[in-house]
Structures are given as C-alpha cells and as structure tokens.
Design a protein around this ligand. Structure first.
Ligand SMILES: [Zn+2]
Length: 346
C-alpha cells in the first residue's frame, strides 16, 4: 500500500504498482533501491519481462531521472501498460521475449518527482552525478558543478559517494544489460528544444564514442524502415557537454571490461522537444512543470503514444541483429566514413 501523502503527489507510483499486479508472474520485479525522504519511503522499481539468460539481447526503458520531467515517466509507464495488454494476446511478442529481455525502470528519481524538482532529495542532479569529467569546459552551471545543492545542476560534493538513485541505475545495467550480446537502452527526458532528439554518447566530449559505426547502422535501419520519422539522431555533445553523465560513465566502465566476445551496448537518450508544447500553449510557462510537460490533455495523450514506434523498433532491432550489427569488414569501413562525415564533420 502506498501512503496517501505519497499517492496524492505521485500517482505514477500507484500506476506502476497497478501494472505490476496485472502482469502477475509474467514479470520479474525488483526494488533496485528504496529512497528515504523525511519519514517517507519511495521504491525504485525494475520490471523485467522475457528471458533471464544474462547473455540474451535486451532493451531498457528508463524514465523519471529528472523530477520535473514527469512526462518521461508517464511515457515509459504508458508503454509498459501497452506491453502488458499485448501480452494477453500477441503470440509474436511472446516469441520475441523467449529470446530477449525488456527492462522498465519508469521512475528513477521518485523523491524529485514527488517534490516537483529536477534534482533528487539531496539536491543532486543525477545526470551530473557520475565521477567523470567532461573534456574541455562545459557551460556553467548547466554542465554540472560541485558548489552547492542550492544551485541547479549540482553534481554532489566530491567527498560524498554517488547517490542511491545513481547506484540503482548502475545496478540495473549490471543486472540486466551488461552481459547481453546486444543491448539498447532509452532514457526519456524533456525540456530541451523544439524537436524530438535521440541522443547517443558522449555527453562529456565531442569526440566519437567507440560504437558510432553501429549507431550509424542502427540509424540507417530506422531511417529506411520508418522513412517519415521525426527524430534528430545525434551525439549529445553536439548540443552541449556536461560533467558526470551516468550513461557516459556506465558506457566507459562497460567498455573497459567488455570481453572479446564483441557485445554491443547503445545507451540512447530521448530528449522530447517540449518547446513546441509551450509554443502552442504559452500560458503553461507559468506552471512549475509547464516548461517540461504537455499540460493540455489532448497533447499529453498525443505524447504518450508518439514514441511507441521507436520503442518497438529498438526491441525488434536487438532481436534481429543480422540486419545492422553483423557487417562485413568493407561495409563497416564504409559506414564509419559516412558516420564521421555526418556527425563529426570529418
Ligand atoms: Zn532531463
């Protein structure tokens, strides 16, 4: 049972528990961490569907890292609800899940969402919290700083360990993705720009990350499969660089340990372009959640269904790697060259 004072301000938690109930024993559910705030306790759930074979291909849908961007959580929960309904009749989905795993962590920062603020309960911006420094000098204070939790984009004090929510994310990666032959995660955010962007690493540097040819191959597959899609797919650092990005950190630690088997991991961030919602409804800028969320019901509904194609695509892609990951040497060389030109201007 969720205490009433939490339920009122954080209906997302009740939604998550409702889907978990309806999934029954089809889902493997874990509480990654329990976050305490005053005398309240907030669980961070991971809902896992499909095979438990650690090497099986996996996809992950993550939301609610920044408490103000609660539409991200809602988008992930809505997709989980869709999947739970599909599981009642869709044999092709069951077939896919025999060989793959779907992971949902819809609310990584429950206290921040409860308090309607970007940071967690300690005032730390989780996407600046990893022990990793940007190359060059990111914009201040947006790129992350260690001055004070009273300023936004606070990374946490150097002497402190990383936050429990950050640990939960690292933990989820280790448990559900680290050994997968191929894995794609999508972390859903909002609040930047007027178009929907699909970002891949790095946030710390404009230099290419190791798997950019595979990323380009995935992009090419998406472009030709869904020719009218609306995403701009680009390295995050093309827009701005930051210290402490958790996905950069996870990627680098994973890559250092990556065995010779040749596994692949693409951590994506979906940055939903909220400025177009404000343009259509300028008054919402006066609401604390306004700059980050669609406020009008019909627009919210549109956003909740807008990304289903993308979410489904990444699952199909990890299930069918022949089409984009298993490349001949010549083909990979050609793609590398195209990607360097397209994304890095070389
Ligand atoms: Zn965000």
């Amino acid at each position: 049972m969720i205490p009433i004072e939490i339920e009122k301000k954080l209906p997302e938690l009740a939604n998550i528990e409702r889907v978990i109930d309806s999934l029954g024993d089809q889902a493997h559910v874990e509480i990654l961490e329990t976050i305490r705030y005053k005398d309240l306790e907030f669980p961070i759930h991971a809902i896992v569907l499909g095979t438990q074979d650690p090497e099986a291909p996996s996809v992950g849908y993550y939301g609610g890292v920044h408490g103000l961007e609660r539409i991200g959580s809602k988008v992930v929960i809505a997709y989980l609800e869709t999947i739970s309904q599909l599981l009642t009749w869709d044999d092709t989905l069951h077939d896919r899940l025999k060989e793959t795993r779907m992971v949902f962590v819809p609310l990584l920062n429950p206290v921040g969402t409860f308090l309607k603020r970007r940071a967690n309960g300690n005032g730390v911006d989780l996407m600046r919290n990893a022990p990793i420094l940007a190359k060059g000098v990111p914009l201040f204070p947006m790129g992350g700083h260690r001055l004070s939790p009273k300023l936004p984009w606070f990374r946490g004090y150097l002497k402190n360990e990383i936050e429990l929510e950050s640990k939960a994310l690292l933990n989820a990666f280790q448990k559900f993705h680290a050994q997968s032959q191929q894995s794609i995660t999508i972390d859903v955010h909002s609040g930047f720009g007027a178009i929907d962007r699909l970002w891949f690493p790095y946030a710390k540097t404009v230099e290419p990350f190791p798997e950019y040819p595979e990323m380009y191959s995935l992009k090419t597959l998406f472009d030709r499969s869904y020719a009218n899609h609306f995403y701009r797919i680009e390295p995050q650092a093309r827009q701005y660089t930051t210290h402490g990005d958790l996905w950069d950190y996870i990627y680098d630690s994973y890559f250092e340990k990556k065995n010779e088997v040749g596994n692949y991991f693409l951590p994506l961030t979906l940055e939903m372009g909220s400025w177009m919602w404000i343009k259509k409804n300028p008054r919402q800028i006066f609401n604390v959640l306004g700059p980050f969320n669609p406020i009008l019901p019909h627009r919210r509904q549109r956003i909740l269904r807008r990304h289903i194609t993308l979410f489904d695509f990444v699952h199909r892609a990890v299930h069918s790697p022949e089409s984009w990951l298993k490349m001949s040497f010549e083909h990979k060389k050609a793609l590398e060259q195209e990607a360097l030109e397209y994304w890095y201007g070389r």
